[in-house]
Write a protein that binds this ligand. Structure first.
Ligand code: G6P
Length: 368
């Protein structure tokens, strides 16, 4: 087993460090001469006009990638997008027809609820596109189109590199859809495509830059009972994923909140020393997020801000900061998740927990 870990203490840390490589695996086959080509998945070159809405359905971490994609796809494709966990979706009567693109997302390709949701949407006439890592899995087999995530084998129960590739796969889909819009020029598409190409290298920089700083923060987080994550828009979905990672493996109670909702409940729990991680990769609404950060700071919170390099803010409200390299705000989330993965990992390490095999959890949930 040590050999498989390639010198890393845990599979999770190995898989976090593999992200630059696995992003490359995802992108390389789908880029031809600097242009995206998703035809291998079965998507037509003009798929966008076939649909009047998109449903994204998944479980766990895969669901969080879909939640991020909802913001992205609606904004970049101008199509309504609904996102839901599969266990809920399958037991209501979702409005689906042959103009619906159903996107199911799954690392294993075997999650029972996701498979059931896929079958339901298909029986109502939807075209099903799977973003899936497991080759020849049930979800891959039963879908009409498959965009393989190419993340390689993921062993740690807490998903890292598969999540990153799910998000990147949604970015590819968004750019490919944007290319089909009459009101978008080729220059804009080129700009986003070039940003996609930069992701592997930028993620490598992020891992290098985050480790020492995150280890230090993790030491103080390990003693906490509650940790809160806040964000708006795509940053809120990163907050959900950051909180899930942390609670899964450290067993510390972590809760994500849309930053603007804090004052409707969670603020009551913020007292002296409670850590609040504020995700601020969205430049358009940074000031709104920052005013929420100041609200928690005023109540004694220990604040950790993740934001874009060059962003202006009042330094005295921030206890720890991590700056992301300049990238468009749609794609910066993929980089912002890296310090959160490392934060979960190092906090669990200080807590002495079984990182790769957290209690009560399984890598793949194949029964309901
Ligand atoms: C389990 C795993 C999670 C995963 C979820 C969905 O809960 O522990 O890491 O996100 O299932 O799995 P899938 O294979 O469908 O992505």
């Amino acid at each position: 087993e040590m050999a498989e870990k390639q010198g890393y203490e845990h599979f999770m840390l190995k898989e976090i460090n593999e992200q630059p490589e696995s992003l490359k695996w995802l992108l390389q086959d789908r880029l031809q001469a600097g242009k995206l080509d998703l035809s291998e998945s079965g998507l037509k070159s003009d798929w966008l006009s076939d649909y009047d809405k998109i449903h994204v359905v998944a479980c766990g971490t895969a669901y969080h990638s879909g939640y991020l994609a909802k913001y992205l796809l609606e904004d970049m494709l101008k199509l309504p997008v609904e996102v839901e966990v599969a266990s809920e979706y399958r037991y209501r009567n979702p409005l689906v027809n042959d103009k619906t693109l159903m996107i199911v997302v799954s690392q294993s390709g075997e999650t029972a609820d996701t498979l059931a949701a896929l079958r339901l949407a298909k029986s109502k006439g939807a075209d099903v596109l799977a973003l899936v890592n497991g080759r020849d899995s049930s979800i891959a087999r039963e879908s009409d189109m498959v965009l393989y995530l190419n993340a390689g084998l993921e062993i740690a129960v807490a998903s890292t590199k598969a999540y990153t590739n799910m998000v990147a796969a949604f970015y590819m889909l968004a750019v490919d859809g944007m290319r089909q819009r009459a009101d978008i020029d080729a220059e804009t598409v080129k700009k986003y495509t070039n940003d996609l190409i930069r992701l592997p290298e930028l993620s490598r920089q992020m891992i290098k830059q985050s480790e020492e700083k995150i280890k230090e923060i993790a030491r103080s987080y390990a003693e906490q009972k509650h940790i809160f994550f806040i964000g708006r828009n795509t940053d809120y979905t990163l907050a959900l994923e950051g909180a899930l990672k942390l609670k899964e493996i450290s067993y510390i109670h972590a809760e994500a909140y849309p930053a603007g909702e804090l004052k409707h409940g969670t603020l009551a729990l913020v007292e002296e020393g409670v850590p609040v991680v504020a995700l601020g990769s969205r430049t358009d609404i940074f000031n709104k997020l920052f005013s929420n950060l100041k609200e928690v700071k005023a109540r004694g919170a220990d604040t950790f801000l993740i934001t874009m390099e060059g962003q202006n803010y009042e330094k005295e409200s921030v206890d720890h900061v991590f700056e992301l390299p300049q990238l468009n705000q749609y794609f910066a989330g993929l980089l912002a998740i890296i310090p959160l993965q490392l934060l979960a990992y190092y906090t669990a390490l200080v807590c002495g927990k079984d990182i790769d095999q957290p209690r009560n959890l399984a890598k793949s949930v194949t029964v309901e």
